[in-house]
Design a protein around this ligand. Sequence first.
Ligand code: 5GP
Ligand code: ZN
Length: 116
Amino acid sequence: MSHSDPNCIFCKIVAGQIPSRKVHEDDELLVFHDIQPWAPVHLLIIPKRHIVSMAEVTEAEAGLLGRMMTLGPRLMKELGVSNGFRHVINTGHDGGQEVFHLHLHVMGGPRPWAKG
Ligand code: 5GP
Ligand code: ZN
């Protein structure tokens, strides 16, 4: 598993080669707004390191995944989302994954967007 993939759009966002609306950055995670939001607030939480998908993660990534999961609620609160949100991870072709760099969708804001 390489650190970065030169053809990956999210690695390019991490490297600053493609602009994004960033909301959080630390040593191992980057968070930015989805370019085609499905919800009033739609964040993508990604590891800076190129991990293809949930199908590739191992026990070694348990801490990283925990930090991804717990960062979402904190950022939603900071962004004023106070009435609930959803976490989604799409994995592989049949899981609806389009960008093959692991990302956690965190979506919140007023319904009815969350129906279905
Ligand atoms: P997936 O279907 O792989 O779970 O979701 C990929 C998400 O990445 C989509 O919601 C899509 O709108 C978003 N996305 C794709 N390219 C870009 C980009 O260049 N910038 C940003 N901010 N989001 C992107
Ligand atoms: Zn990547």
